[in-house]
Design a protein around this ligand. Structure first.
Ligand code: ATP
Ligand code: MG
Length: 392
């Protein structure tokens, strides 16, 4: 069977809390952007229809099936979707189309499952199930089985039309990216931070990225990696801005003027300060990091406190309770893993302290910063910023 429509369902539970229309519009916009990116030469119509979103294309959708599945699988807010055919609200047409939908499938047992949000249709859902079921039985040598059938033929009677489909494809869940406002994601090029940002996108936050590098003390590898990662991230959010900031002058000062064991914490405090300034400029309301509790020396509760003391914004840490292996599995699922494991020179792995402080006290860190021209260094870093725009 050829398909002319894709019926998209969103996760209802999340939408009941807020303004449903608002979330539906974000989802509709994001679906359209994903499809336009995946299949640029076709025009899709995407509209809202009674608790569903309907995608239409003049051409046969089956031809682009794989690209469409990929695009919708990275559109947050979708609970599931289905390639469908629509027919008029007329029992004869429904019977014929249900037969066509089942005829090219392999199965022994089946059931018909009708939903009828449009109460104007003559028959109720149970009557449609029985009528169409009997028709299929008269045409095919199959058995009706209501519990766990091999195949289910869905008939959705909605606003003047009827949609028929047999296969529900799971979506990625979550809420439409952008619908919950903006955040700034600190992106390192490692495994964790891209996953953290994708999880924030999954809960509806649009993420602007900032990466700190140490060029020319390091090569440009980390920048290249982060650019590649943001290309993958652009599958989940269509417009991405990446701020590249040189941490080099700050690091040089820290190296010569402060105690070795506090280096990493001091680097991080500068990163958070600068990220917060970028967030204010972007009208973002929180920072997102890939920190997880106790994973490395800088991620003890004491050090987390000493680092975030410089920020007045909420800091979201979506990975805080995950094991490394769980994070790695998510990175593989989201497609960032292979890039993250490429070798690079991370800004923070330069001149690593031999024994970094694991229980830093904020007042000691502040005392170290007395030796630094904090404001000047921040200004210099801000002046170095390069913004890269990735439009997918
Ligand atoms: P990742 O795998 O994301 O690099 P990590 O396990 O190496 O994380 P840390 O080195 O402690 O952990 O970094 C913690 C977080 O700080 C990162 O997840 C990231 O959000 C942020 N961060 C670290 N380095 C940078 C950087 N160079 N640029 C931007 N953010 C960074
Ligand atoms: Mg790292």
């Amino acid at each position: 069977m050829e398909f002319d429509t894709i019926l998209c369902h969103y996760a209802e539970v999340g939408l009941k809390l807020g303004n449903r229309r608002f979330f539906e519009n974000w989802l509709r916009k994001n679906i359209k952007a994903s499809l336009n990116r995946a299949i640029p030469d076709k025009i899709f119509t995407v509209r809202r229809l009674y608790g569903r979103i309907v995608i239409e294309l003049d051409d046969d959708l089956t031809k682009n099936r794989e690209e469409i599945i990929q695009a919708l699988s990275s559109t947050f807010g979708l609970a599931y979707f289905a390639f469908a055919r629509y027919v008029a609200q007329e029992i004869k047409s429904i019977r014929e189309m249900a037969l066509a939908a089942l005829q090219d499938k392999e199965f022994e047992t089946f059931k018909i499952k009708t939903r009828r949000p449009d109460q104007n249709f003559l028959f109720n859902a149970q009557q449609v199930n029985e009528d169409v079921g009997a028709f299929i039985l008269s045409k095919m040598d199959k058995t009706v089985q209501l519990k766990d059938p091999d195949i289910t033929c869905h008939i959705d009677i909605v606003q003047g039309v009827v949609y028929i489909y047999t296969e529900k494809i799971p979506g990625p869940g979550g809420l439409p990216t952008g619908a919950n406002g903006k955040v700034v994601g600190l992106l390192s090029g490692g495994i964790d931070s891209p996953v953290a940002s994708i999880l924030a996108m999954k809960r509806g936050a649009a993420v602007t990225f900032v990466h700190f590098h140490s060029v020319p003390m390091t090569t440009e590898e980390s920048i290249e990696k982060v650019k590649q990662i943001t290309t993958v991230l652009s599958h989940y959010q269509s417009r991405i801005h990446l701020y590249l900031v040189a941490l080099t002058p700050i690091q040089k000062e820290i190296l010569v003027k402060t105690k070795e064991k506090y280096r990493i914490i001091l680097y991080r405090r500068f990163m958070f300060r600068i990220a917060e300034m970028i967030a204010n400029k972007e009208k973002a309301r929180a920072l997102v990091t890939g920190e997880s509790l106790g994973q490395v020396a800088s991620q003890t509760l004491e050090n987390i406190a000493a680092i975030e003391a410089v920020s007045s914004m909420p800091i979201l840490r979506p990975l805080i309770g995950l094991d490394k292996l769980e994070i790695i599995n998510l990175a593989k699922e989201y497609g960032t893993y292979d890039i993250s494991i490429l070798p690079d020179q991370d800004c923070c792995s330069l001149f690593l302290p031999k024994s970094p402080a694991t229980k830093a006290k904020t007042q000691f860190i502040e005392a170290e910063e007395e030796n630094l021209a904090v404001d000047n260094l921040i200004q210099e870093a801000i002046d170095s910023i390069e913004i890269i725009k990735i439009l997918a």
